[in-house]
Design a protein around this ligand. Sequence first.
Ligand SMILES: [Zn+2]
Ligand SMILES: [Zn+2]
Length: 252
Amino acid sequence: MVQLCVDDKCPCGSGRVPRECCLKAGGELRPMATVTRAPVPQTDIRNGGCYASGLADCSADISREHYISHALLRLLSVEGRVTIDGFPWQNAAAVSSVPPATLTGKILCSRHNSALSPLDAVAAMLFRRIDEFHHEIRDRKYENRFFLCNGHDIERWMLKTLCGAVVSGNAEMRSGQSNWRPPLEWVQILFGENRFQRVGGCTFTVRLAASPVSSVDLSSSRSPTRRLECMGRAYSSMMNALFSPCPHRPRT
Ligand SMILES: [Zn+2]
Ligand SMILES: [Zn+2]
């Protein structure tokens, strides 16, 4: 079991000690969810180019948004470029190397774009940690440690990425519907005005060799190779759940 000392930094990465951060009275460590509500007062503007216009709280201008977090794209970049395939604007089976700025769309007003940006920071930290764990396992440094992030933030980041990818025309609805906009309930969840239903949120299944598992439990796999495989499959399951090839051209 991992033990924390009073002077250790909080495993959420805030830089504070746990008692001034995520440590609750009962000894539980629980990071706070990020605030994504746009600041008051409400603007009463419905910007037709913003997929959150149903909240009637837009700014008049539209911003250019990375539908996959810019910080995550930077993490995946090699010499300032990311390798992509399967996008509708690529030739079939083509693999391209593009700068992250290519993967943007005008899908949110600037007010709603900046309200969601804290979710990008949480996701970037999660993927940075996954990357660090990969390297530690590869280098056979088995440190006994863990880190914390708020699961509700990750769920909302996934929902944000899903909405951005579909609205920008870079992922498709299974129904083939074009010009899709997220339902108001989803937008309310994203901007902190509603919660996921009990059965909603982030769950997915990974299968290791012949034995199916119902959740990602890295601690139960003793073999480093098996852990690495589990992590890789979890990551790709998550990405496959989010993105599928799309026949429509992206909106510009
Ligand atoms: Zn903390
Ligand atoms: Zn807006």
